[in-house]
Write a protein that binds this ligand. Structure first.
Ligand SMILES: *[C@@H]1O[C@H](CO)[C@@H](O)[C@H](O)[C@H]1NC(C)=O
Length: 100
């Protein structure tokens, strides 16, 4: 049962990742529903619903250079953002995702 859950969430993750990587400019249209461990994450950027993209999103960069859209209101997302900020000496990549 646990194995199936892992499989399903891996599949969902893949779908979200694929739909984001097709575009030249990352634009999140829906947020991934699962939780990603800190060890897979390298950095993140913030997307606001005020640009051409219609939702707020925290975009995580994984160790495999994939982008994953997540809900910035979720406690685990906020927690990982904070940890990444502590680990990285560089500031998060907000500027690269300015859709003005
Ligand atoms: C998106 O984020 C902005 C800035 O934090 C906030 O003002 C706005 O209400 C948010 N929109 C939604 C749909 O949560």
């Amino acid at each position: 049962m646990a194995k199936l859950a892992v499989c399903v969430s891996a599949l969902l993750l893949m779908l979200v990742v694929l739909s984001e990587t097709r575009r030249p400019v990352p634009c999140c249209t829906e947020n991934y529903d699962g939780i990603i461990k800190l060890k897979y994450l390298k950095n993140f950027a913030v997307q606001l619903d005020t640009g051409i993209c219609n939702i707020n999103s925290t975009i995580f960069f994984t160790e495999k250079n994939k982008l994953i859209c997540t809900d910035p209101k979720k406690p685990w997302v906020i927690r990982q953002e904070r940890k990444i900020n502590q680990l990285n000496s560089e500031p998060a990549l907000y500027q690269e995702f300015n859709f003005e």
